[in-house]
Structure formats: C-alpha cells, structure tokens
Ligand binder design. Structure first.
Ligand code: NAP
Length: 464
C-alpha cells in the first residue's frame, strides 16, 4: 500500500490524485484542503458566468469519489494547522498543490487607497470565498466589504492588467443582473452588482495589444455583452508595429490583434456601459479624491523593440472610483517547505521538492506552486503527470524503508483535526441548492465559514 496526501483540492490536486490511482492500484490518496469545499480555483476563481469551465467540477468530483481517494476538507497544513513534518510522518508521500494564493503588488503611491482592490479580492467576493465574508470571517482572516462596498458610488472603473483575470473582472462589472442571477453567485454580490452604476470600465495594459496575455475566446466575449460597447483606440494599435502586420505573431496574439483591429475600426460604441481597452499605459500612481481613489495616473509607454516598453515621460489620468489591480498571482511560503521568494514557487526537480538543492524524499509539488501562476486549467494535467511519474519512480524506496502508521484519519482526529468529509461537502451542496430554491434561483453559494460548517455538520452523523 502507498499512502499519499495531496494538499489542495483544486484541478492540480485532483489531477495528481487521479493519475496516482489510475497508475498504481495500491495507492490510497487523501486530498486535504484548508476549505470545507473542494475544487480550489474552479470553485473560487473561475467566473460564475463561465458555466462551461465550471462544469469541470463534474470530472473533478469523479476523482474525489474514487474508491481509493478521500476528501478531507477544513484541514489546514502549515503553521496554523497540521505541520508539514507531521504530515510526512503520516503518509509515504505528500504532494503540495497549494496554488498561488497571493496577489502581485504594483508598488506605486496610492495603491492602498479605499476603492483600490486586488482583482483577487473582487473575484473572491463574487465567488463566495469564505475568507471574503467580512464580519463572519474567523479572526485573523482579512474580510472584504460585505454588501456593495466594491461598486458603491462608482461610475468609472479602471482594471490594471491585460490578462484573463482582468478580462474576467471587466466582464463581471459589465454583466447585467438578468445574466448574473442565473449563476451561483452569492446573493449579496448579486444585489450589489445589480445596484452598480458603473458605466465605464477601462482595462489597461502597460505593453502593446500584441503582448496582451488574455486569450482570444475570452477577449471576444467582451463584445457579446448585452447593452455594452467595446472601444479600442486606433492610435494605440498603430503604436504597436506587430499590429500593422500581425502575420508573424503566434496564433493567440494574432487572433487577439484581429479582434482588437475590428473594434478599433468600428464606430463609437453605444449601450449603457462601455468597455475601453487601453494599451501602452504604465500605472504610476493612484490619485486620491475625498479620501478615496479618484483617478489613476499612467505614463505613456512605447515599444522598445525587444518585447518590452520604455517610458515616454508623457502622462495621462483616467477617472476611477474603483480600481482593480489584476497584475497576476504569486505563491506564498508554507511553513516547513522550502520556498524561492523570487519566483514564488517551491524549488523542485521534475516535481520532487528540493531542500537546499537536494531532493527531499517523499515530498512533491504540482500546479502553480511548482511552475508559477501561468497556463489554463488543462495545463495542470501534464504538470501533475510529471510529478506523479517522479513519485511512482521513487515509491519502491519510499514504502518498504519507512513504516507509516495505519489510517491517518483517526490519528489526525486524536490530534484535534476535524475534517469535513465527502458527506459533509454533499450536505453543503444540498444547502446551496435549498438556498437557491428559496431565492427563486438555481444553486446559490454559501458565502461564509459559519454557514458552510453548519451545513457540513448536517451531513456528518452525530455532529449536528
Ligand atoms: P497574467 O496572465 O500573468 O496577466 C497579468 C497582467 O498584468 C499582464 O498583462 C501583465 O503585463 C500585467 N502586469 C504585471 N505587472 C504589472 C505592473 N506592475 N503594472 C502593470 N501591469 C502589470 O495573470 P492573470 O490574468 O492573473 O492570470 C493568471 C493565469 O490564470 C493565466 O495563466 C490566465 O490565463 C489564467 N486564467 C485563465 C482564465 C480562462 O481561461 N478563462 C481565466 C482567468 C485566469 P506584462 O505582460 O507586461 O507583464
């Protein structure tokens, strides 16, 4: 028997578990998650209106329901929970799939003004992440504003960054209530966005259109939103030499440029809301107005001929009562694991954790904590496969040489850990369906720790 703990139940953790049980019939896998709910960024990162991507939960569910896989939610690993060293004693191998939980910073004046948020904070709020639940969040957890704190009194929003997260938050600001109410978005966020008076959303990239990181399907979708026009400044396309002749660009960039050229050549957009895609503008400061953010100051940039940009010394200000900084994620260190602060990842060799440059037997990584926050969900499959290949190659040395105790669950319980098991998660799902029905909607997510844990207890015999 090979007992493996996978830390993190997002796509990368589920793909690791799947690959392990498919390839090794003696493998028993516990998938641990800090949250009582599985699926990581598929539940708490994929935008609620992207139902097709969300439906990936069905295939992840099949993994977590496998006979030799067990979901243990509500189990934190690290300084505030089960120490990494203890986990290592309980299992033959531990695979960390903990993602990249923090935001990158801009490091410019005014970044922390009221009204300026990281895109992750906004995404967590409309995705019902329990750490965003404000007053009901447990002590020590940062709470985002309940109610309509993000969009209150905002007419103009600036989204800084030109990646897929920037596209997501731009789209969510522009979506109408009718479309959002069909999603599983929490009721408070739906009510707040329904009351939003944001009419202008500026999504701003510091480099050129041909260097934007978003993918074409996501970009195109902006042009399909009801009552919303999309504007691109032809002068900004003209600044990018690759836009004049995009034929030499890689496929995604070429298609992006084609879509952007189409919008730049169209008449001024109509509709109640306008999305303006801006390029070659580097943020230099957020400017206050009446104690909150009132505008963003940008420096105009120009291509440097090597894929980067240089400042021109010319500046432009864009009005914004709401600023969402969408400049990428970064990994955070987990106590007991090595960490490379420069890349925000755990040093590894084909998924094997390296401690001071030497392979640490039985410790592995996969997903964003291994390769950084890049790629789409499917990129986690080959990444997980590589890690599992390393683990299974090591298995003969890991198993006979090291006796692990029997089932780790009773031991964890004896040490005060109270996991939310699969029955608890199914009870959360039922509670979300009931909540939605009571609101005349489909499934509606529970947004706070208290209600999630209360629902989970109803699925755990003897623990109501
Ligand atoms: P990202 O793709 O890395 O994009 C980050 C953006 O922020 C880039 O435009 C970058 O510009 C810009 N940026 C970085 N530092 C900046 C600074 N100091 N000032 C101004 N701009 C700055 O990150 P992401 O959008 O967070 O997405 C993370 C990953 O999740 C990506 O792989 C993405 O494709 C994926 N994702 C996919 C979907 C989907 O498939 N629907 C949805 C959401 C996320 P430079 O290029 O100039 O550095």
């Amino acid at each position: 028997m090979l007992r493996v703990a996978v830390v993190g139940s997002g796509p990368s953790g589920c793909y690791v578990a799947q690959s392990l049980v498919e390839q090794e019939c003696e493998a028993y896998v516990d998938v641990l998650d800090r949250l009582p709910c599985p699926y990581g960024l598929v539940r708490y990162g994929v935008a609620p209106d992207h139902e097709k991507i969300k439906s990936l939960q069905n295939s992840l569910r099949a993994v977590l329901e496998h006979d030799r896989v067990r979901f243990l939610g509500g189990v934190e690993v690290g300084a505030r929970g089960v120490p990494a060293a203890r986990l290592r004693e309980l299992y033959h191998a531990v695979v960390y799939c903990v993602g990249a939980a923090a935001d990158r910073h801009l490091g410019i004046p005014g970044e922390d003004l009221p009204g300026s948020w990281s895109a992750t904070e906004f995404v967590s709020w409309y995705s019902a992440h329990p750490d965003s639940a404000g007053p009901s969040a447990p002590p020590g957890r940062a709470g985002a504003p309940a109610g309509n704190g993000f969009v209150r009194n905002a007419r103009s929003a600036v989204v800084i960054g030109a990646g897929n997260v920037a596209v997501d938050v731009t789209r969510m600001l522009a979506r109408g209530t009718a479309e959002l109410s069909r999603t599983d978005m929490p009721q408070a966020a739906l009510t707040a966005l329904a009351a939003s008076r944001v009419t202008d959303i500026h999504m701003v990239g510091r480099r050129g259109p041909s260097q934007a990181r978003f993918t074409t399907k996501e970009l195109r979708e902006l042009g399909t939103l009801p009552d919303t026009g999309v504007a691109v400044d032809p002068a900004e396309l003209a600044l990018d030499p690759a836009c004049t002749d995009p034929s030499g660009l890689p496929g995604t960039q070429r298609r992006n440029v084609e879509v952007l050229r189409g919008w730049a050549g169209s008449p001024a957009p109509g509709g109640a809301r306008r999305i303006r895609l801006r390029f070659f503008l580097r943020p230099v400061a957020l400017l206050p107005e009446a104690g909150r953010v009132g505008a963003v100051r940008f420096e105009r940039t120009a291509p440097d001929g090597r894929g980067g940009v240089t400042g021109t010394g010319r500046h432009e200000e864009i009005e914004a009562q709401l600023v969402l900084r969408s400049v990428g994620y970064r990994g955070v260190p987990l106590e007991g694991l090595p960490f490379d602060a420069a890349s925000g990842t755990v040093p590894h060799l084909a998924g094997r954790v390296l401690r001071a440059g030497v392979v640490a037997p039985g410790e592995y990584v996969a997903g964003w904590i291994k390769r950084g926050p890049t790629g789409v969900i499917g990129s986690n499959r080959p990444c997980a496969k590589e890690t599992v290949a390393s683990l299974l190659a090591d298995a003969p040395a890991l198993v006979p040489g090291r006796e692990v105790p029997g089932d780790p669950l009773p031991l964890l319980r004896a040490e005060g850990v109270e996991p939310v098991e699969w029955a608890g998660w199914r009870a959360i799902e039922r509670a979300e369906a009931e909540l939605g029905a009571s609101l005349g909607r489909g499934v509606v997510k529970l947004p706070d720790w208290e209600s999630l844990l209360a629902a989970a207890r109803t699925g755990t015999p003897g623990r109501v």
